[in-house]
Design a protein. Structure first.
Length: 156
């Protein structure tokens, strides 16, 4: 089993979501299934089928969260070297081919948010940056070809 490194804040968010799905949402959906069942013949009851499907999806999400939470290792980013591109670091880069500037925060799989520039340490770019320092040049193999970056700044 592979560890998933996350912050305490993300752990709290995941456990809160798990608790909500197991207690509040499960009860709501179970009630909806019961009410739909009371509407008559369940063999032709679309409302009943939809309620059962929603309940099944909720149960699937609960199982997925339980699996993730069983693999979690809570990480304090302050304990990591500040001068290296490691999980939790924000890395400012210059694409050496296009001269465009890019900025990524290296996170675990459960924290990915491309709109906010949060990429997984397990992605090709994330893996290619790991362990490097400011002013280093990295060449990263991606499915689309090679990328060449200069690391301009690392911050937390």
């Amino acid at each position: 089993m592979k560890a998933i490194y996350i912050t305490h804040e993300v752990y709290e968010r995941l456990t809160d979501e798990h608790k909500f799905l197991k207690t509040v949402r499960r009860k709501e959906l179970s009630k909806e299934v019961g009410e739909a069942r009371d509407h008559g013949d369940i063999s032709e009851n679309a409302e009943y089928d939809a309620a059962k499907e929603a309940l099944a999806m909720n149960e699937k999400k609960i199982i997925e969260l339980e699996d993730k939470l069983s693999q979690v290792k809570i990480l304090d980013y302050k304990d990591l070297p500040q001068d290296r591109a490691l999980i939790g670091a924000t890395v400012e880069l210059e694409d050496l081919d296009s001269k465009e500037k890019e900025k990524y925060t290296l996170v675990s799989e459960v924290e990915i948010d491309y709109a906010q520039g949060k990429i997984s340490v397990n992605s090709p770019v994330g893996q290619g940056l790991l362990g490097h320092k400011e002013n280093q040049t990295v060449k990263i193999k991606t499915p689309a070809g090679f990328l060449r970056y200069k690391i301009l700044k690392i911050s937390r």
